[in-house]
Write a protein that binds this ligand. Structure first.
Ligand code: OAD
Length: 259
């Protein structure tokens, strides 16, 4: 007997459940023009993370770190959400219990209107104090700032981007909410190389808790052999096809119900 097409298998499951959790990585923003980290033109091919994305790098040269983040913000500001962001935004309204955990700091899921976004690695658009008070602060970082690093209005310490750097823990509240979200019916891991922990561990946790796990990625990754279904291809195409298949199934079952 021929086996069921994997996209159809996932679509059928999606048509009958309510709890969907999605983990996204840099690959979902690739079609928008945001560079990934480890791909052919990935940021970590040109830049050294230990010089730009660690607390030590910031302590040594805060100006350099700010300039790099300003450059990234300007690139991101010129990009728009793509079909992946659109489908996931739609799912966030369609599924009663939808959660999205993103490792991306670009804010494109929010710009697409996605609800229930957990920013696992923070946001490139937010800042907080790296000095004594360590509190969140507000600053309009959409335009490059004249004096770097900007200072905390409360304690005059240096402000820093509110992102998770190498060697830093994920905000414990966010980590706990992400762990809760692994209790779901279908868990997607989309556009991530699945090498950075603890994010990469969430798919394993979801599977252990009974979810169907699905990966969408054009390349095999560390997660491919461990998920139930690997859909190979660019997420903007695969997710679009998957969403059409779900709508078709839902449409035909509601038509049957009406007759
Ligand atoms: P990576 O750059 O490590 O991986 C990007 C993944 O996206 C790769 O597996 C690509 O094959 C895949 N990809 C490329 N184009 C795609 C497309 N059109 N559709 C779907 N997938 C595509 O990025 P992340 O896994 O997100 O952390 O990296 C994880 C973390 O490492 C980041 O959050 C960042 C980085 O260092 C911090 O800054 C703390």
């Amino acid at each position: 007997m021929p086996s069921l097409d994997p996209t159809l298998r996932v679509a059928r499951r999606l048509a009958e459940i309510e709890r969907v959790t999605v983990l996204t990585g840099a690959g979902v923003s690739a079609a928008s023009g945001v560079p990934t980290f480890r791909g052919r033109d990935g940021l970590w091919r040109t830049f050294r993370p230990e010089e730009l994305a660690t607390p030590h790098a910031f302590a040594r040269d805060p100006r350099l770190v700010w300039e790099w983040y300003d450059w990234r913000r300007q690139r991101i500001a010129a990009c728009s959400p793509n079909r992946v962001h659109e489908v996931l935004a739609e799912w966030s309204r369609r599924y009663p219990r939808f959660r999205l955990i993103t490792q991306n700091v670009d804010g494109l899921h929010e710009r697409a209107g996605t609800q229930h976004v957990l920013r696992y690695h923070g946001s490139i658009w937010d800042v907080r104090c790296a000095g004594g008070c360590a509190r969140d602060a507000w600053l309009d970082v959409r335009v490059p700032l004249p004096d770097l690093p900007p200072r905390c209005p409360r304690c005059d310490g240096p402000l820093r981007p509110d992102v998770v750097w190498f060697g830093e823990p994920v905000d414990p509240r966010v980590a706990a909410l992400a762990r809760d979200a692994t209790l779901c019916d279908v868990f997607f891991t989309i556009g991530t190389s699945a090498v950075v922990y603890p994010a990469a561990g969430l798919a394993h946790e979801a599977r252990a808790r009974g979810a169907m796990t699905v990966e969408i990625n054009p390349e095999p990754t560390e997660a491919t052999a461990l998920v139930d279904v690997a859909l190979q291809g660019p997420a903007e195409d695969v997710l679009d096809a998957l969403d059409r298949a779900v709508c078709k199934i839902a449409g035909s079952s509601s038509a049957r119900g009406a007759s």
